[in-house]
Design a protein around this ligand. Structure first.
Ligand code: ADP
Ligand code: ZN
Length: 750
């Protein structure tokens, strides 16, 4: 079913240039190039990439490169708003159309669409269903549809949204327009459902690896939740995290306990009023607060990319849920930690909630629950476990990023003897007591109840005195999971199974984990690209940059990650560029952000580096990061238009562009004005310069860049652009080089 489309390399170079210029990125993440190529080619596609895989780029970049309006369907108003804010910050014209807009705002968006001023329009599925967006779209020239979170269309998915069903109509209403679906959910049933429901035609399926190498997974038996949680918090001071609990009650209690211990934390669950929920979520996404204790109601709208840890205080009911919730950590691709605290109680609680299986569907739910419990207790690599669960092979021997591979849970050497001691103690107390009591007896405790029962006289009393009661209780739990013991009745008393009796006589195999050594600083994940280790002075600069970002975000009324993400701030703290062109080589800083924040950032870095006694990068005007090698040929101009109508339209738009250039408007302004692709407008500007003999670089090429291009052209003595591009370290886009040379030619003539 998958088909491949090869894109000519000149188009490739153009895409790379847009990527660099608007987003400040050097190249594609895995699978992005392939996904982008499908959209460029107008081939329907289904793209499955994990959270943090960079799905939005797969449609945002083509939206910029293609003619017309890209329509993005997204499930939540808050997600749409964040995306539009991010695009706007990068200098790309985008808007949302949803039911939260006032009539006036809606009119403004509609008029921008009609005038072809937008590159991307985000719409809600209910908006399309209710028809107001649909009518507007019929009047527009649509480049393609991108369906974000496409699994919402599937009843098999865990986030089914009935209003996504309306999207099935798109194909009939817009028969010639490509439809591209994006999701992180990979099960075959959901996948088929998406293709069928959206009526995708011969869809190209792009599937990335589901592994999240930047996440460190840990799972530990829950014995003292509060101290276990605070242990994790200690490793992540000042960082953002989410703690998931199963019930509202647990949320309230844990939040209160942590607050008393001096943590700034907010609760979130469905029992809170909508207003409180909204306020708490906003406080988290604007970095006013870094810690949230929540039920799974705290979910989809959470786009904060620098969540450094997710703690599960209880076990979810399926790996799909776990993956989704834990996956909210590290969306910025930097290291993050996911810790699961579980207990056999969780398993029993879920079984009680689910009831006895009465249908195939129930059976499935129960088997998913067992898989989840198996994951919690596994002694094989957790990355491998997860990737295999989702049907992929795992290539690494050792993931370097889970408690198992870090050998944090070793097997107890005398598992059999220890098990025999426990089992015989259960027999001695005549199978009439629960796990905690049996553990106390084995520990040798003299609590009153034990003395009253005369159990301090038993031969098994104090047999495991050198261990903690919690460790012994954990082993009892492990014996239950392995089928040697069961809990029974109202008091959850321990009873031996037939296997248990045999094991007590030394017949059978058993495996117990070592009690966990509590390490202060556990091992860290292997470094992922962009995750630079910072010295303590650099950490201080990073914190200062975060403070600056929080301020700017507040002033602009957007979440901080919309300004710049953590990966970019870390690179800034580490590289410490000292001038504008070097700044432009930092990942995540495109031209628009350099214009908006460049001077502030350079000043702040100068000041902070001074305060920390660190130097700035050398001031040679060469990039600090080696740019990706540009493709062999130069970027091409926009794709040829077809049909007389579009030719006429193009001509009138070209006239409009010339008019605007005469008034000194920038390329971006003319893109907004005419709605033409950036590359088209750049081509117009070049022609305009050549036709009218413009002989001074301003306002289209900054003086400094102009001078450098001319110098590079003289030095390389080349008649092609590429050597000039390369000798400038890739920091000056082709379009600017071409323009500078044309202006120079005019100046020489005139
Ligand atoms: P998803 O929607 O798949 O969860 P996002 O679109 O939020 O992923 O992207 C995840 C992160 O990767 C973001 O911080 C984004 O800026 C970054 N990113 C996307 N494309 C690239 C790229 N080509 N190079 C570097 N970083 C990228
Ligand atoms: Zn591992």
């Amino acid at each position: 079913m998958a088909s491949t489309v090869s894109v000519p390399s000149s188009a490739d170079a153009q895409l790379h240039e847009l990527l660099r210029r608007y987003w400040g990125y050097e190249g594609f993440l895995p699978n992005q190039a392939e996904a982008v190529a499908q959209v460029m080619a107008g081939q329907d596609s289904l793209v499955i990439l994990p959270t943090g895989g960079g799905k939005s780029m797969c449609y945002q970049l083509p939206a910029l490169a293609k003619e017309g309006l890209a329509v993005v369907v997204s499930p939540l108003v808050s997600l749409m708003k964040d995306q539009v804010d991010s695009l706007t910050a990068n200098g790309i014209s985008a808007a949302t159309l949803n039911s939260s807009l006032s009539a006036e705002e809606r009119r403004a968006v509609a008029s921008a669409v009609r005038l072809g001023k937008l590159k991307l329009l985000y719409v809600s599925p209910e908006g399309l269903g209710a028809g107001f967006a649909m009518e507007l779209l019929r009047e527009a020239e649509i480049a393609f549809f991108a369906i974000d979170e496409a699994h919402c269309i599937s009843q098999w998915g865990h986030e089914y949204r009935p209003d996504y069903r309306a999207l099935g109509e798109l194909r009939a209403h817009f028969p010639g327009v490509g439809i591209h679906a994006f999701t992180a959910t990979a099960t075959p049933a959901v996948r088929d459902d998406i293709v069928r429901s959206l009526k995708l035609r011969d869809a190209a399926v792009v599937v990335g690896s589901f592994d999240r190498p930047n996440l460190v997974y840990r799972a530990t038996y829950r014995n003292d939740l509060v101290s276990q949680v605070t242990g994790v918090l200690k490793r992540h001071e000042g960082e953002a995290g989410i703690i998931y609990c199963i019930s509202r009650n647990e949320v309230e209690q844990l939040a209160e306990t942590l607050r008393k211990k001096g943590h700034r934390v907010l609760p979130y669950h469905a029992g809170l009023s909508q207003e409180v929920r909204k306020r708490n979520q906003e406080a988290f996404s604007t970095e006013q607060v870094d810690l949230i204790v929540a039920t799974v109601a705290f979910g989809m709208g959470i786009d904060r990319s620098n969540v450094r840890f997710v703690i599960h205080a209880g076990m979810p009911k399926a790996i799909e849920n776990y993956q989704q919730e834990a996956g909210r950590a590290g969306r910025d691709r930097l290291e993050a930690e996911c810790v699961l605290f579980y207990s056999a109680q969780d398993l029993l609680a879920w079984k009680r909630i689910m009831g006895a299986p009465a249908s195939d569907y129930d059976e499935l739910a129960h088997s998913k629950l067992s898989e989840m419990y198996r994951f919690a207790r596994t002694l094989t690599c957790r990355h491998r476990f997860l990737v295999n669960y989702f049907g992929q092979a795992f290539e690494h021997e050792d993931c370097g990023a889970c408690d198992v591979c870090f050998s944090e849970h070793a097997e107890l050497e005398d598992s059999l003897v220890t098990s025999q001691k426990i089992l015989s103690c259960v027999a001695r107390v005549r199978e009439r007591f629960g796990a905690r009591y049996v553990a106390e007896v084995l520990k040798g405790s003299k609590i009153e109840k034990i003395r009253q029962n005369g159990h301090d006289e038993l031969s098994t009393h104090g047999l495991l005195a050198s261990y903690q009661v919690n460790d012994i209780a954990d082993w009892i739990d492990q014996l239950i999971t392995q089928g040697f013991l069961v809990r029974e009745g109202e008091y959850q008393t321990l009873r031996m199974t037939d296997e248990g009796r045999r094991l007590m006589r030394g017949d059978g195999q058993v495996k117990l984990n070592m009690p966990r050594p509590t390490k202060e600083k556990p091992a860290r994940a292997r470094k992922t690209a962009g995750d630079v280790a910072l010295s303590s002075g650099e950490e201080a600069i990073f914190e200062a940059l975060r403070g600056w970002r929080r301020e700017v975000a507040r002033e602009r009324g957007v979440p901080p990650y919309v300004i710049l993400n953590d990966a970019t701030l870390r690179e800034l703290a580490h590289e410490r560029p000292s001038h504008m062109e070097a700044l432009l080589t930092v990942k995540g800083i495109g031209e628009s952000k350099a214009r908006a924040f460049g001077e502030d950032l350079l000043a702040l870095l100068r000041e902070q580096a001074g305060a920390q006694g660190l130097s700035l990068a050398a001031t040679v005007s060469m990039p600090l990061v080696k740019p990706a090698k540009p493709a062999e040929s130069e970027p091409s101009e926009a794709a040829p238009l077809t049909g007389a109508a579009s030719r006429a339209k193009a001509n009138s738009q070209k006239e409009a562009a010339y008019e605007a250039f005469r008034m000194g408007k920038s390329v971006e302004e003319v893109v907004a004005l005419t709605g033409r692709a950036l590359s088209t407008v750049e081509a117009y500007l070049l022609e305009f310069v050549q036709d009218t003999g413009v002989a001074t670089p301003e306002p289209w090429v900054p003086r400094l860049i102009y001078a450098r291009v001319i110098a590079a052209a003289a030095a390389t003595q080349a008649d092609r652009l590429q050597p000039i591009f390369e000798s400038l370290g890739g920091a000056v886009p082709y379009a600017q080089i071409r323009l500078a040379l044309a202006i120079k030619a005019n100046a020489e003539e005139g």
